[in-house]
Design a protein around this ligand. Structure first.
Ligand code: NAP
Length: 213
């Protein structure tokens, strides 16, 4: 049986990925600082991505695919703290995945990270260094040596699952407010990409939505 780990599993997209995988009978190691209770096919593990040793232990032996969906919250956090979770935490997860022989690392990222826009300006104001961090951790994953899939999403919402989106090879585009995708649908796309053997590997994909705001 394929075994998965979701880092950032207790809410949002990570929780949706965990639900999708466990409902179809796959086993998931669900990692976050405050994990939900254990349930069928889900083993919750408490670990902070800033603590490399705890992550290495959490990702243990026999994981096939690691999904990384961690996000930081709160205003006025110092730039170094945000970097420590977004970038160092992601690198810790990659290194733990590699050490434990995982086959694939799937990173949830953000569309249009190369170009400036007023939304990036706002995001960088709220989370200092955000745009640079997005690019830095994508770069680290590409250099890491583990087969990877980067999925760049637009604005997320909690609408019901609709199958109006697909993954397209990433292209330069500005991050705007209009394109959006539900976390459930994004979870479905990320699991689909991981299921597709090597098809999506070694590349960066943009979520292309048919839905209008
Ligand atoms: N929001 C958007 O519009 C948007 C758009 C494009 C891309 N994205 C990206 O999508 C990703 C997921 O966003 P989301 O809103 O679905 O997620 P979310 O609900 O914010 O969930 C974040 C997860 O990260 C965990 N986490 C936070 N700090 C952690 C730490 N230090 N160690 C371990 N786990 C930690 C949280 O659990 P605990 O608190 O229990 O640790 C939670 O499970 C983010 O990377 C974000 O950049 C977001």
């Amino acid at each position: 049986m394929t075994r998965y780990a979701v880092v950032g599993a207790s809410s949002g997209t990570g929780e949706a990925i965990t639900q999708l995988l466990s409902a179809r009978g796959d086993h998931v190691i669900a990692i976050s600082r405050r994990p939900a209770a254990a349930r069928d096919n889900v083993t919750p593990v408490a670990a902070d991505v800033q603590d490399a040793a705890s992550l290495e232990k959490a990702l243990g032996d026999g994981i096939d695919t690691v999904f990384f969906t961690v996000d930081t919250h709160g205003f006025r956090k110092p730039r170094a703290d945000i970097h420590s979770v977004m970038v160092r935490g992601c690198i810790n997860a990659m290194e733990a995945a590699i050490k434990n022989g995982a086959r694939r690392f799937v990173l949830l990222s953000v569309i249009g990270a190369e170009d400036s826009s007023w939304i990036w300006w706002l995001l960088n104001a709220v989370k200092p260094g955000m745009q640079e961090n997005v690019l830095e951790r994508e770069g680290a994953l590409k250099q890491s040596g583990i087969p990877y899939i980067i999925v760049r999403a637009p604005r997320l919402d909690d609408a019901k699952l609709t199958h109006g989106s697909s993954l397209k090879p990433s292209s330069r585009q500005r991050l705007g407010m209009k394109p959006h995708i539900s976390r459930q649908e994004l979870a479905y796309l990320m699991v689909h990409a991981a299921d597709a053997g090597t098809f999506y590997e070694g590349a960066t994909w943009d979520v292309a939505s048919e839905r209008k705001a």
